[in-house]
Write a protein that binds this ligand. Structure first.
Ligand code: SRM
Ligand code: SF4
Length: 764
């Protein structure tokens, strides 16, 4: 494994500019921190620094958010609990491993197992004293939690169908090889959780070398998946790195390599956004491991280590453009890269129900609502699955849509499975509605500390209502994907579905439409701040219009894309009260944030991705005396708390009233007005063509960036960069002031004397 370029200083920011997590990683002694000491102590939780390191070991320190109120009333502190995540390449486990996981859920966690959207398994509610036995028992059944979270390669996804066609098995084997190759090498994991011998002196340094990751690991998480064109069940366009198999004569002979997918975004940070992976090259099958390693090394060296919200590979791909990315990748691969083949995804399977897998064997895909395997009243899913696995000994696959496949079964097994399901109150896939089968939600409250709203506990109610409405409209057989998350991080990949519901504030959601099951395009925001109970009523007129006016076999998401946002908004009921709004841009709802930290004080502290309240003040244009027909030249919108408002964006109008350009202002360290304070100077004006939604700038056509220097209120423009439509730099204009000096050398108020236009980019 090559170690060249590890954290090459040329590519990394100064220590002062690196994020706090970078420093924690660097001084962690290969992820040890003081985890072992805290485990041995009476403390019920870990320090902030260890919390970061714990993630690499596969666990998150959480708080039972349901218990907050009562605990606050009782004057006791947070109830700390831990989530433990197993990394399971391709979602594949044996019957024995499944039974071991089931036992761990009962002995150490909250009695549930949760299948994740990346084919892993999570345990929730693990107490600190149970952490060590939980992780030890997971390892005893030959599974691992190392690198399930943290700034490393995460669980490798692969189509879980156990089809005996050579190709599916090859995908699974490759997933396992990639997972092993990209796994961290630190001995800390064994030392802490498996009673491995602590290393001392020089042996410590040598044995703990991370040949791929180096001392500071990756800038952020990295995600990788493999699939086939006919079945994009892994959502390849959401992966940092996707391998799309090229098949000839029933063998995978190569892959199209896709880079730069990712879902997460942060409200109020328009430079964060969901992004679909793009094809960058094609490779022979034998090159899959070195290519994956090369992409990881490129990310390690060039990813953003200063701002974790902009640290994912997708921002490199977006900011550089795919051509530059390909050029840099070819240096890492050490040769010219082949163009991608003209192959894209063309289908997607749910894998639910009874299917032949070849060699006389069968598999049964069982739908698990939001991935949660539990017993609750008469619904005894966990017991049912345990009984099936004990009796029939199937091998198991977890699917990317949080479902379970019982594999390698004899033809006669179906009857027994169906009988056991009925006995335990579990519905068969053929008894479920389509909308239920194609839905997903993330855990959100009570375990996820980033959750703004409910998700896993709210989606079933939405699905119940949708089932009634779809039946009434005769649309019950449609494949409409509904994905919900409790915040904009996108853990259930909501930005690719026909209907995406993203937690925004209190019980309100942003409603997105226009994606589809195939996962090959992003949806768009339909309405912001929609209260939970108004979501289905909001969608019903659209569904009715879709039924009446759909063209051919188009799906609901296709219809939404075709008719467009303006048309759809014309169908919507008006927002109830002041809370909702047509505009997908941030707006104030006045509700107190339902974020973490509520147990500690009178007001809950906002979570990292808390909906940002943006006060949109009236335009700063001075109204001209009203003549017969006033002409509006521009309109500036401000944001920020009272008394500290800053211009956020401006519309510049044509004489016919249409918007010619949108100018968006960035302050300090590239902050939007809602996040900046008056002490932050204006640093950049980004100018976009036409009217642009200021919360979704990544899809807009940027004309230019104008850079400023100087303290607040005394900023002077220094240079401007104009762009071609493909994002390449067309020209750079440098401004010179009195005495032929640059902006940084003159006082404010200096007179602009000269501007020099250079072709293309210029080093300034
Ligand atoms: Fe996720 C953070 C749950 C798949 C994007 N995710 C979290 C945390 C760990 C919250 C935290 O940082 O404290 C959540 C734990 C909640 C809990 O109580 O369990 C969490 N993510 C999940 C899972 C369990 C959701 C699920 O319903 O299954 C999934 C675990 C997958 C696994 O086995 O590894 C899960 N997360 C995803 C996906 C989907 C995917 O990978 O295909 C995404 C979108 C793709 C992407 O990465 O962009 C995703 N999770 C995020 C983000 C946004 C990251 C970003 O850079 O934009 C965060 C926040 C963060 O990392 O700071 C996050
Ligand atoms: Fe938590 Fe947000 Fe992920 Fe849901 S989408 S699990 S609320 S981080």
């Amino acid at each position: 494994m090559s170690t060249e370029n590890i954290t090459s200083p040329a590519n990394q920011p100064d220590v002062a500019k690196r994020s706090a997590v970078e420093l924690i990683k660097e001084s962690s002694r290969a992820l040890r921190g003081t985890i072992a000491e805290t485990l041995a102590s009476d403390a019920d939780h870990f320090s902030d620094a260890d919390m970061q390191l714990l993630k690499f070991h596969g666990s998150y320190q959480q708080e039972d958010r349901d218990a907050r109120k009562t605990r606050r009333k009782d004057g006791v502190g947070k109830h700390y609990i831990f989530m433990v995540r197993c990394k399971i390449p391709g979602g594949r486990v044996t019957a024995d491993q499944y039974l071991a996981l089931d036992a761990i859920a009962g002995q150490h966690a909250n009695g549930t197992l949760r299948i994740t959207t990346r084919q892993g398994i999570q345990f929730h509610g693990v107490l600190k004293d149970h952490l060590k036995p939980t992780i030890a028992e997971i390892n005893a059944c030959l599974l691992s939690t190392l690198g399930a979270c943290g700034d490393v390669n995460r669980n490798v996804m692969a189509c879980p169908a156990p089809l005996d066609d050579g190709v599916h098995a090859q995908l699974q084997e490759t997933a396992a090889v990639l997972a092993a190759h990209l796994a961290p090498r630190t001995r800390a994991y064994h030392e802490i959780w498996l009673n491995g011998k602590p290393l001392t002196g020089n042996s410590h340094h040598e044995a703990d070398l991370e040949p791929l990751y180096g001392k500071v690991y990756l800038p952020r998480k990295f995600k990788l998946g493999l699939t086939l064109p006919e079945d994009n069940c892994i959502d390849i366009y959401a992966q940092c790195l996707g391998f799309l198999a090229l098949v000839e004569s029933d063998r995978i002979v190569g892959y199209n390599v896709l880079v730069g997918g990712g879902m997460g975004m942060t409200h109020g940070r328009p430079n964060t956004f969901p992004h679909l992976a793009q094809p960058v090259c094609s490779i022979p099958a034998a090159a899959v491991v070195p290519t994956a390693e090369a992409v990881v090394r490129l990310f390690r060296d060039h990813g953003n280590r200063a701002d974790r919200k902009r640290a994912r590979l997708k921002y490199l791909v977006h900011d550089w453009g795919i051509d530059r990315f390909r050029d840099v990748l070819s240096e890492y691969v050490g040769g010219t890269l082949q163009e991608p083949k003209p192959v894209a995804v063309r289908g997607v399977e749910s894998h639910l129900g009874w299917h032949p897998q070849g060699q006389g064997k069968w598999f049964y895909g069982l739908s698990i609502e939001n991935g949660r395997i539990k017993d609750e009243g008469d619904f005894r899913l966990r017991t049912c699955l345990r009984t099936i696995v004990q009796r029939l000994r199937p091998s198991i696959r977890f699917s990317p849509s949080q479902d379970i496949l019982l594999c390698d079964l004899d033809g006669g097994a179906l009857e027994e499975i169906q009988r056991l399901l009925a006995e335990h109150g579990v519905r068969r896939p053929d008894e479920l509605s389509n909308v239920q089968k194609w839905s997903m939600a993330c855990p959100a409250i009570p375990t996820c500390h980033l959750a703004i709203t409910e998700s896993e506990r709210a989606l079933p109610g939405i699905i119940d209502q949708l089932e009634v409405e779809l039946q009434r409209l005769g649309l019950q057989h449609e494949r409409i994907t509904v994905r919900m998350t409790g915040c904009p991080n996108g853990c259930a990949r909501p930005y690719q579905s026909d209907i995406g519901l993203v937690g925004r504030s209190g019980d309100k959601y942003t409603v997105f439409v226009g994606g589809r099951a195939l996962g090959d395009r992003l949806n768009f925001p339909l309405r912001d701040l929609v209260p939970l109970k108004e979501i289905v009523p909001l969608l019903v007129p659209l569904l009715a219009d879709f039924r009446d006016k759909r063209q051919g076999a188009e799906g609901f998401g296709d219809y939404c894309q075709r008719v467009g946002l303006d048309y759809l908004q014309g169908l919507l009921p008006p927002p109830a009260g002041k809370a909702g709004g047509h505009a997908p841009r941030p707006a104030s709802d006045g509700a107190p944030p339902a974020g973490p930290g509520a147990a500690d004080g009178a007001l809950p502290a906002p979570p990292a991705t808390q909906a940002i309240t943006v006060e949109v003040a009236p335009p700063v244009v001075t109204p001209a005396p009203l003549t017969t027909s006033p002409v509006k030249r521009s309109e500036t919108f401000l944001a920020g708390p009272p008394g500290e408002e800053l211009p956020d964006y401006t519309y510049r109008y044509n004489s016919d009233g249409s918007v010619r350009e949108t100018v968006v202002y960035f302050y300090g360290d590239d902050l939007r007005a809602a996040e900046a304070r008056p002490a932050h100077a204006l640093r950049r004006e980004a100018v976009y063509l036409g009217k642009v939604d200021p919360t979704r700038l990544h899809s807009a056509r940027k004309l230019s960036d104008i850079y400023h220097v100087g303290p607040p209120w005394h900023e002077r423009k220094d240079y401007r960069i104009d762009y071609h439509p493909d994002g390449q730099v067309a020209q750079t204009i440098v401004f010179y002031y009195d005495g032929d000096r640059r902006a940084s050398e003159v006082p404010s108020g200096a007179v602009l004397r000269r501007q020099v236009v250079f072709d293309g980019p210029v080093s300034l």
